[in-house]
Design a protein around this ligand. Structure first.
Ligand SMILES: NC(=O)c1ccc[n+]([C@@H]2O[C@H](COP(=O)([O-])OP(=O)(O)OC[C@H]3O[C@@H](n4cnc5c(N)ncnc54)[C@H](OP(=O)(O)O)[C@@H]3O)[C@@H](O)[C@H]2O)c1
Length: 280
C-alpha cells in the first residue's frame, strides 16, 4: 500500500514556472521527462530549461488544438497537469483521447488547482479542503472536479513564489514595491516553488494514498500584507493604504488556507519555506 512508485517516464503538461522546476528535479533523479509548451521553439519561459536539458523531450501541446495532442508520449508512468483545467469540454475530450487509459491503469495524474476556488463568507475565514467552492460556469474547478472524480489528485496551490528553474523569480516584496498590492488588510497565502515540487514528487510516488483527493498546498502560515510589509520587509505602508482602511466601513473578506492534510502527507517535521519567520 505504501510502496513508493518507481517512475521511469513522466509527462509534465505545461513547463512554466512550476513545471520547468519540476521537470529539472525529476530529471536530476534519473526520471525521463516529456514537457509540453504551446509554441514550438518560440520565445518563452521554458527556453532556459530546454537549453539546459539539451532541448530533449519537449513537445508542442495546446489544449484547444487537438491536432497537437498526437505529440503526447504514448507510454508514461505519470502525468502532471500544470495549466488551468478549462474549458471543461476540452478537458473531457483530452480525458477520452489520452488521460483515460493512464487513470484506468491506476497511474498517477496530478492536476494543479488554485486556492481561489474557496468561497468565503466571513472575514479572514480559514478554509480547508472541505470548504465550499465558488460555483462558476467555465471555471477551472469544473475541469479539476471532473479529473478528480476520474482518479486524479488535485494539488490546490496558494500564491506561488520563489526562483524557478526557467530563470524567473516571483517575490512578494517586489509585488509590493511595484504597487500591485492594493489592499494591505488581505491575507496572503503562499507556496514556494521548491515546496510545490517536493509535494508533487511525494504525491506522484505515493499516489495510491492520495488518488482522487484534493490537497491544499501552502505553507500554512497566512499573513496579512500589512504585517508582512511592516514587520517582514521593514517597510512603511503607503499613505493611501492607511486612508483606505480608515475609510472602509467593512473589513475586507479574505481567506486563510489551512494545510493540515498536506502536513500529514509530508510528515509533521517537514518545514515549508516562508517569506518571513512566522514567530517574528
Ligand atoms: N501564480 C500563482 O500564484 C498561482 C496560484 C495558484 C495556482 N496557480 C496555478 O498553478 C499552475 C502552475 O502555475 P505556474 O505559475 O507554473 O503557471 P505558468 O508559469 O503560467 O505555466 C503554465 C504552463 O501551462 C501551459 N499552458 C497554459 N495554457 C495552456 C493551454 N491552453 N494549452 C496548453 N498549455 C498551456 C503554458 O505553456 P507555455 O509554456 O507555452 O506558456 C505553461 O507552460 C497554473 O495552473 C496556475 O494557474 C498559480
Amino acid at each position: 500500500m505504501n510502496a513508493m512508485m518507481k517512475l521511469q517516464k513522466v509527462l509534465v503538461i505545461g513547463a512554466g514556472f512550476v513545471g520547468s522546476s519540476l521537470a529539472t528535479s525529476l530529471r536530476s533523479e534519473g526520471v525521463q521527462v516529456c514537457c509540453t509548451r504551446r509554441q514550438e521553439g518560440g520565445e518563452g519561459t521554458v527556453q532556459f530549461v530546454l537549453e539546459e536539458e539539451g532541448g530533449e523531450g519537449t513537445v508542442q501541446f495546446v489544449l484547444e488544438e487537438e491536432e497537437t495532442w498526437g505529440n503526447l508520449p504514448k507510454e508514461v508512468d505519470g502525468v502532471v497537469w500544470t495549466l488551468p483545467a478549462r474549458p471543461l469540454s476540452q478537458v473531457q475530450r483530452l480525458y477520452d483521447a489520452y488521460l483515460h487509459s493512464i487513470l484506468d491503469s491506476k497511474k498517477p495524474v496530478i492536476v494543479y488547482g488554485s486556492t481561489s476556488r474557496y468561497q468565503v463568507e466571513e472575514v479572514h475565514q480559514w478554509v480547508d479542503e472541505k470548504t465550499k467552492k465558488i460555483q462558476k460556469e467555465g471555471s477551472r474547478e469544473e475541469g479539476e472536479d471532473f479529473l478528480q472524480e476520474k482518479g486524479a489528485t488535485v494539488l490546490v496551490l496558494a500564491g506561488i513564489w520563489g526562483e524557478s528553474k526557467n530563470g524567473q523569480s516571483r517575490q512578494p516584496k517586489s509585488w509590493f514595491e511595484k504597487g500591485y498590492i492594493k489592499n494591505v488588510d488581505k491575507f496572503l497565502n503562499l507556496a514556494h516553488v521548491d515546496d510545490i515540487v517536493k509535494v508533487t514528487l511525494k504525491v506522484i510516488r505515493r499516489h495510491s494514498e492520495t488518488r482522487g483527493q484534493a490537497i491544499n498546498v501552502c505553507d500554512g502560515n497566512p499573513m496579512l500584507w500589512r504585517d508582512i510589509i511592516v514587520h517582514g520587509f521593514g517597510l512603511e505602508l503607503p499613505p493611501e493604504t492607511e486612508d483606505q482602511t480608515a475609510a472602509s466601513s467593512r473589513p475586507y473578506i479574505s481567506r486563510r488556507v489551512q494545510n493540515n492534510l498536506l502536513q500529514s502527507i509530508m510528515g509533521k517535521d517537514y518545514k515549508f519555506k516562508t517569506i518571513i519567520d512566522p514567530k517574528k
